[in-house]
Design a protein around this ligand. Structure first.
Ligand SMILES: Nc1nc2c(c(=O)[nH]1)N(C=O)[C@@H](CNc1ccc(C(=O)N[C@@H](CCC(=O)O)C(=O)O)cc1)CN2
Ligand SMILES: Nc1ncnc2c1ncn2[C@@H]1O[C@H](COP(=O)(O)OP(=O)(O)OP(=O)(O)O)[C@@H](O)[C@H]1O
Length: 182
């Protein structure tokens, strides 16, 4: 099957899963696993996303990071399918992008390229091959090719695959660690 076919099937599954009690339970479990890990405890500067409803809700995780005094960075998409990461604090002004995502305002002096911990979003993850299927922009693959990171993904049950059922391509950057519910 093609990436496009699997992606649309996954978007449907994740839409159906959004708003369920199962999702809330899985999210709490995954955030608990991450925040008690040595890699999280040691990380001072963390990159993550402001989640959409079909994604793992990152707000509780962001609150924990802020409470612990960690610096949080979130992406802003740029021309030519580039992406930059800018600080996210309780006072950061956000604007909605044309893709519907909330993003910080561009400020070149605040951009950061290297993080202690880097959370990678996706619609499907193969835990044995350590690959992911994203939303299709290639933003994360491009960014990670240029700026390697200590990557982790939090995998909700409908995102979990052992082997990839989609084609893995040369530019797909592996995720180093997965947290899975179970
Ligand atoms: N919460 C969250 N934020 C995120 C990501 C994510 O996966 N989750 N991203 C992960 O990458 C980046 C944005 N990802 C995008 C992925 C695909 C397209 C995309 O395909 N856009 C189409 C047009 C779609 C439309 O107009 O409706 C295009 O450019 O042709 C855009 C952004 C950065 N922010
Ligand atoms: N390092 C790269 N340099 C240039 N183009 C790239 C690179 N990585 C990926 N691409 C391009 O990005 C496009 C989208 O790739 P793909 O469908 O695999 O996205 P995705 O992994 O689902 O998205 P994302 O990485 O944003 O979550 C592809 O056409 C691919 O050629």
């Amino acid at each position: 099957m093609t990436k496009t076919t699997i992606r649309s099937a996954q978007l449907k599954r994740l839409n159906d899963y959004a708003g369920t009690v199962d999702k809330k339970i899985a999210e709490a479990d995954l955030i608990q696993q991450l925040t008690t890990s040595t890699t999280f405890k040691a990380a001072q500067v963390i990159a993550l996303t402001l989640s959409q409803t079909i994604e793992l809700d990152t707000k509780p995780l962001i609150d924990i990071c802020w409470q612990l005094g960690k610096s949080v960075y979130i992406p802003r998409v740029m021309p030519k399918r580039q992406m930059v990461f800018l600080p996210y604090t309780s006072t950061t002004k956000l604007v909605r992008s044309k893709f519907g995502l909330l993003e910080p305002i561009y400020n070149a002096s605040l951009i950061k390229y290297k993080f202690d911990l880097f959370l990678v979003p996706g619609v499907a993850f193969s835990v044995t091959k350590q690959v992911r299927l994203g939303f299709g922009g290639g933003y994360y693959d491009r960014f990670l090719a240029a700026h390697p990171q200590n990557t982790v993904s939090l995998v909700l049950p409908p995102q979990y695959f052992t082997e990839p059922t989609w084609p893995v391509e040369a530019f797909d950057v592996k995720v180093q660690k997965f947290f899975t519910k179970g």
